[in-house]
Design a protein around this ligand. Sequence first.
Ligand code: ZN
Length: 302
Amino acid sequence: MKTTGAAAAACAIGLIFANAWAEQAPPAFVSKPVEIVQGGIAELEVAGADLAAVEGTFGKEKIPFYRNAQGNFMALLGVDLEAKPGLATLHLKETSRGGVKRESEVPVPIKAKSFPQENFAVAPEFDQLTPEVLERVRKEQQQFARAFSTSVPARLWKRPFIMPVTMDVSSPFGYRRVINGTPRAPHTGVDLKAPMATAVAAANDGQVALIGDFFFSGKSIVLDHGGGLYTVYFHLSEFKIEAGSDVHKGDVIGLSGMTGRVTGPHLHWGARLNGARIDPFELIEKLGGNLDKPVRASAKAD
Ligand SMILES: [Zn+2]
């Protein structure tokens, strides 16, 4: 898909830049049309013989680009599970080797996905929250928000992503939840079957961005994989790493459990990409793993 069309709609100065550059080098191309389902991701490739740098903006989020072995610029784009279906736009700022800047737009159609509904009951203390608990929850949400907005710029992950435990799902991603009869926030991760004290492996290389015991998610770990990509691990019984630790793919970061608001032992596995709550299975499917033959952690708990 050509990305130069937007230049025509830009201001006169932009047009001059675009034309001047067009004489020096062929325009940049995006690898293919980018259609993403709610909660999904897509990998983008921007190629151009004379490209020196590419920056992206999608909604309010900056989208970092990285050079691949072929010298092209790659980025991961994620769409939040509650994003409005329709046409969104990725704004690109490209800089040529000669320092000429150009802006272009990539249309990103967001496709609706139908998420089933599930009903379940939790203990009243997790449903009827006291003012003290509400205050605690509010503070914890701020801690998560801070962790999710301070990703290290470097891309720390390498293909493929691996499953943190086996991939038997007890509650899929995105289900619209009705808890104790009231509609609530959708399920922002995947619940994986994991008997108590199952070894939980890091899905990829990264750093511990947040670790603690939280009201809803219990003992929780947030791993920062760099460039705005995170994976989260909830309801653990035990931690095997510390705040700020560097982790490697497959390292045991904790043991599964049933801390926080749960109906039984399992691992809640979630992912964030530049602010979007995405299906962690997308990382396995799209970034070199294989859902039929998942790459599993060989790590064992000690
Ligand atoms: Zn869950």
